[in-house]
Design a binder for this molecule. Structure first.
Ligand code: OXD
Ligand code: MN
Length: 607
């Protein structure tokens, strides 16, 4: 019980009450120290959850294998239990809070017996920053604790900041006890897939998560707190909590500008944040890859912090070509989950850039007792799960920006929206105004990926890449974004849409992407400087082919033109899809967005 002396009275009372409910064998405070991290990793090895990778090839790194029934975020089991159903809005599952609490309490009752409950204090954002906020997660998963250590600022300095009565977000997580035995997974990856529930109580600033040990279902700091709860709070306090990367771009004259970008999960956000320059004299640096908290400063500029301190990136198709800096981040001190294991004790995944060495073991074959193959997406089974991940520290990222940890944040010049669209959406365009930009963000769409459980490759509207993460009524969220357009004295960032994924008639990507995306960032940078051209088109301002720096690119002028083409018929189809989508979001969608849609139709001209 000596941990109690570090907790303020409110926190201690909550820990005690939770321990009474969940009945752990032990309660331990995670102090964030290296020794405690090392001890938990050793425990995870002992229980069979972790395998230590070769110390020569991948120092201080581990491979975890999850239960095959627990490999991605479960959106259909995620709930926003605000007092009023309308507050949660049409994009969230809702259950009346008291009913949900009763249901969850019966699941939590005794759910930690035989296990330790860890108390993990953490700060989202630099400790002490006025934009940062504190959370505490109570969890019976040592895997969660070590991942949080890599991805947030954890430990005693955070408790110190809380002081005697500081406010914190309450996050309760239990892997649960499955009703059916899951064989060896009972010990190596406890979970209760049949009864998983990830539940948010926004008015009480509280998250309860039961039954899953994976990613955003269990690392409650990330999607649950830093996006769902924080977006709700940001609306009340006039700031923004967004699913955005933050990247710094410096030109040859040493002028630096920062851009924030929202892309749906697994659409290249991390690659863009860590992009390697392909242009002489231009530099690109990383502030964050997933979650930006932003607030307008006294000077009218929008300042952003990275709410996290590490990366939880998708492994498949990450390579020296797609993301050299991410590969370097994972050279050491990394936790891999559900990737394949080579006989040399290293990791492997599809698209890593080399063939799997003979004897490489698939993610669910090496450690599973039954060795049963699990069909993935009806295709030939990949060796790494399509949503396998790496957890790496920001401080190990070679491209990390000098200001990544600056408590004031970095000033944002431009906001980028992007998704995977094989047709219709051009390589890049600039919104005509703030409200047009909000329209572009609100109607963002992408072909789905493996980051969430469900079908891959279907077109889905994902407003601001926040569809699974907006913690309140999405119509009010749009209104919140629009409201900045009416405020005096703000230097509003420009807004862009990009699409790296347009395909030609041969079904191949038109734009070479990866580090060449800097050519598009360069155009945006120069637009912000007022020095780059922009053609007025029905969808927005676009570069003419000559405005994109193609020096050394080797892309034919025809292909570049195809990247930039606007097909009126495609856009008329798009307009119809957008209208249906916005109408489906209920009566809180601001009229302004329908006006923007009408303007777009007007600009496209008669049929
Ligand atoms: C993530 C996601 O894990 O968006 O970042 O799914
Ligand atoms: Mn994400």
């Amino acid at each position: 019980m000596d941990y109690l002396k570090f907790l303020h009275a409110g926190l201690a009372a909550w820990v005690k009450e939770t321990a009474e409910l969940c009945q752990p064998d032990k309660v331990e405070l995670f102090d964030g120290e290296d020794a405690s991290y090392g001890r938990l990793c050793a425990l995870l090895i002992e229980s069979g959850t972790f395998r230590k990778l070769s110390q020569e090839l991948r120092p201080n790194s581990f491979l975890a294998e999850s239960d095959p029934a627990d490999t991605a975020r479960v959106e259909e089991r995620t709930f926003i239990c605000s007092r009023e159903k309308d507050e949660a809005g049409p994009t969230n599952n809702w259950v009346e809070p008291q009913t949900m609490k009763a249901r969850m309490k019966s699941l939590f009752a005794g759910s930690m017996s035989g296990r330790t409950m860890y108390v993990v204090p953490y700060s989202m954002g630099p400790v002490g920053s006025s934009i940062a906020r504190i959370g505490v997660e109570l969890t019976d998963s040592a895997y969660v604790v070590v991942n949080m250590r890599a991805m947030t600022r954890t430990g005693l300095p955070v408790l110190k900041t809380l002081g005697k009565s500081g406010e914190f977000v309450r996050c309760l997580h239990s892997c649960g006890h499955s009703e059916k035995s899951r064989g060896k997974y009972d010990k190596t990856w406890p979970c209760d897939p049949e009864r998983m529930a990830i539940v948010h109580f926004p008015e009480e600033r509280m998250v309860w998560s039961y039954g899953s040990g994976y990613g955003g279902n269990a690392l409650l700091n990330k999607k649950c707190f830093a996006l769902r709860l924080a977006s709700d709070r940001a609306r009340d306090e006039v700031w923004l909590a967004e699913h955005m990367m933050i990247v710094g771009v410096t030109n040859p004259e040493e002028k630096r500008r920062y851009f924030a970008g929202a892309f749906p999960s697994a659409c290249g956000k991390t690659n863009l944040a860590m992009l390697q320059s392909c242009l002489p004299g231009w530099k690109v640096e990383t502030v964050g890859d997933d979650i930006a908290w932003m607030r307008f400063g006294g000077d009218g500029r929008l300042y952003a912090i990275n709410a996290e301190a590490g990366f939880f990136g998708v492994a498949p198709y990450t390579s020296a070509k797609s993301n050299f800096n991410a590969m370097r981040c994972m050279d050491k001190d990394t936790i891999f989950t559900n990737v394949a294991l080579t006989p040399q004790g290293d990791v492997w995944w599809e698209g890593i850039g080399w063939d799997a060495p003979e004897g490489t073991i698939g993610w669910d074959q090496g450690m599973a007792a039954d060795g049963q193959a699990v069909p993935v997406l009806g295709q030939a089974k990949p060796l790494a799960h399509p949503n396998s991940r790496f957890t790496a520290r920001a401080s190990n990222c070679p491209s990390i920006d000098a200001n990544w940890d600056n408590p004031t944040g970095v000033p944002i010049s431009g906001i980028i929206f992007g998704g995977r669209r094989s047709t219709t959406v051009p390589l890049v365009y600039e919104a005509r105004s703030w409200s047009h930009g909000v329209f572009v963000g609100s109607t963002l769409s992408s072909e789905t990926t493996a980051a969430a459980a469900g079908q891959v490759g279907k077109l889905r509207r994902d407003p601001f890449a926040m569809l699974p993460f907006c913690g309140y009524n999405i119509g009010d969220y749009f209104a919140h974004w629009l409201s900045f357009g009416n405020m005096q004295g703000l230097q509003l960032p420009r807004i862009y849409q990009v699409n790296w994924f347009r395909k030609g008639e041969d079904g191949k990507f038109l734009w070479p992407g990866y580090s060449n995306n800097l050519r598009v960032l360069k155009w945006m940078f120069e637009r912000c400087e007022g020095s780059a051209g922009g053609v007025d088109t029905p969808v927005g301002f676009m570069p003419s082919p000559g405005d994109i720096d193609t020096e050394g690119l080797g892309l034919s002028p025809e292909k570049l033109e195809k990247c930039l083409e606007i097909h009126k018929e495609d856009w008329m189809t798009e307009v119809a899809l957008i209208r249906t989508f916005l109408l489906g979001l209920g009566d809180r969608v601001p009229n302004r967005l329908f006006k923007e849609l009408a303007y777009l139709v007007e600009r496209l001209g008669p049929r």
